[in-house]
Design a protein around this ligand. Structure first.
Ligand code: SAM
Length: 276
């Protein structure tokens, strides 16, 4: 069986009892960095056989791990921090296991994205996990353009030395009016959540240079008047529905403005024309 085991993102107290149990009884532990995982295991008093498995050797090490699993060994996969497969290696190994009919299970642990989301104060009902934005400028621009259309909270991972560049690029792509939460050093001694408008973040981080690990949570780009994912047919149907529910023109215009992000006055005239 392959076990995907979550490890702390900073605070060692966050390792679960089940994670310790599974790590302690594994035949093989595959990890990104044997020194780092070795340290975690020695803190837990666990001796284990470690195999390195990371972005640059996964093509050759994947089949090796599959062979060990087929021989009946239990293999644990951990990353340097948090859950494997989340902006970390693991996905390819899970796919290989599924293809080979090998059982996979997870021992869930902390994830920086979810920890940041719940602290951000932004909408937690609908969210999009982006992870790292591509570095190459063409792909980066394309991704940022695509993100403009998202209507849910956006979660981005970023290294401290790239944070200011990312804020700059986001502002250039029209995210300046978004509410942002910069969640820093989560679960650690200097944990901090900096909540501001993205437009103000450049000044803040120029005065206070970014240090430590960051997750950026962003509210969706606010819709401008007249801009909405509602097409004309949706708008008409919704407006007629609200009127038939007995709402006054004013009430219907307010409700429509909430759901479409359009201007209330324009919607009021629109509904008047519709029902006259
Ligand atoms: N697998 C991890 C998870 O489950 O969240 C993510 C690993 S990814 C390689 C590393 C990125 O996660 C960092 O660059 C940062 O954006 C974010 N991160 C990890 N630990 C963090 C922490 N304690 N505070 C803030 N961000 C963190």
């Amino acid at each position: 069986m392959l076990y995907l085991v979550g490890t702390p993102i900073g605070n060692m107290g966050d390792i679960s009892g089940r994670a310790v149990e599974v790590l302690g009884s594994a035949d093989i532990i595959a990890c990104e960095d044997t020194r780092r995982t070795g340290l975690l295991l020695s803190n837990l008093g666990i001796k284990a056989s470690l195999i390195s498995y990371h972005e640059h050797n996964k093509a050759s090490k994947g089949p090796v791990l599959i062979n060990r699993l087929k021989e009946g060994h239990d293999v644990v996969l951990v990353s340097d921090a948090g859950m494997p497969c989340i902006s970390d290696p693991g996905y390819d190994l899970v796919r290989l296991c599924i293809e080979e009919g090998i059982d996979v299970t997870a021992v869930p642990g902390p994830v920086a994205a979810v920890t940041a989301l719940v602290l951000s104060g932004l909408d937690t009902r609908y969210y999009h996990f982006e992870g790292f934005i591509p570095v190459s400028s063409k792909e980066r621009k394309a991704r940022l353009k695509a993100l403009r259309n998202y209507e849910e909270t956006i979660i981005i991972y970023e290294a401290p030395h790239r944070l200011i560049k990312t804020i700059d690029d986001l502002c250039e792509e029209g995210f300046g009016d978004c509410e942002a939460a910069f969640c820093r050093e989560l679960t650690k001694k200097y944990e901090q959540v900096i909540r501001l408008k993205l437009d103000d973040a450049m000044e803040y981080f120029t005065e206070t240079p970014p240090k430590g690990e960051f997750v950026i949570c962003l509210s969706p780009v606010p819709k401008k008047s007249g801009e909405s994912s509602f097409d004309g047919k949706d708008l008409e149907e919704t407006a007629r529905g609200l009127i038939s529910e007995g709402l006054s023109t004013k009430e219907a215009a307010s409700r429509l403005a909430e759901v479409t992000g359009r201007n209330k006055k324009e919607l009021y005239s629109y509904i008047l024309n519709l029902i006259k």
